[in-house]
Design a binder for this molecule. Sequence first.
Ligand code: FNR
Length: 406
Amino acid sequence: MKKDMITNVTEYEAIAKEKLPKMVYDFYASGAEDQWTLKENRNAFSRILFQPRILIDVSKIDLTTTVMGFKISMPIMIAPTAMQKMAHPEGELATARAASAAGTIMTLSSTATSSVEEVASTGPGIRFFQLYVLKDRNVVAQVVRRAEKAGFKAITLTVDSPILGRREADIKNRFTLPPNLVLKNFEGLDLGKLNKVCDYIATFHYWYEILKSDEFFHYWSSYCYNCCYFLFEITFQTSDSFAASYAAELYDRSLNWKDIKWIQTITSLPILLKGVLTPEDTMIAIQAGAAGIIVSNHGARQLDYVPATIMALEEVVKATQGRIPVFLDGGIRRGTDVFKALALGAAGVFIGRPVVFSLAADGEAGVRKVLQMLRDEFELTMALSGCRSLKEITRDHVLTEWDRPR
Ligand code: FNR
């Protein structure tokens, strides 16, 4: 498939697969363990059908909405995905430009390969900063303050990842961040052992690439390289991927509801909780002061056999009783998916993999096209359902398998 023949979002994946090293493609594509939730995130959308209304004047359709007080062009936003420079040299900077051109929100990952300042320097745009809470609270406070200073408008606190899910492809591939890249938001901050080991690995990768070009040194360099890898594994006592080792070493597994209050003391930005799946947690989140909820299963990369997000959405929305907005991510690939999520009560949706795959295929132009295609499909779905504004999208426009026959 050539990139100018692309007619829908999903088609970018095949191009990305062809272009990217296997280790990188697998990191982006895979889910946890049996990947049941990964498939279910998509399949569940196909079990929701439309009940379109006819003979409504749809000559003018308004897709705009307001999220956290900011007016955006459509209810389709960008979820945080780690390490985008593995997909394209421009990485998160290209994504930021594409989001801003589309008039929508980009969420930058904590574990991005571009810093909050670099992303801010791409120009105006509404951006959220995704936060993983590390054991070292000073580091967390510094990063959050930097994001706030750089003009980010909200903190998206990821609450489903005290430990990284088991992504077997990454374990098999011994996934590691390519040596020319760094996790820019933590660059220069004291991350102790991990930073040192990463520096060693990067140095050895570097020398290995130089030495292996010489026949004579080839044997010795690969010997040396393997030794270093061995040392790396001993250091972490694991044969896991870099991402899993990184998380195990740095993330604070003790993170709990009380910490939301602590985050509120280091920032005045609104805090969205990303990774809520139950009405019970929704109610606690509201009491804890969350400004919004993102129904998410982390793109099926954490706990396998949790329901598809679209299946969990409605109960979460009901539990909020309209007090805070609920967003959804997971498996959004079509404008019809966006419509279904809104009909079940979401205030907007976020996309993850479509961004990294289109970025790999065609950089900023790819991400722009993904946003444009989703926008066009969503507008078409609204027109064919008889809806002229987001407010006109109602629960009656869809029929789910848990609805009684009407
Ligand atoms: C993610 N996701 C994620 N979430 C987060 O809070 N911080 C992060 O750094 C990342 N990184 C990340 C990398 C990759 C490669 C993927 C695929 C996902 C989860 C992401 O924000 C979002 O929840 C899902 O990607 C949404 O599902 P789809 O759109 O990928 O199906």
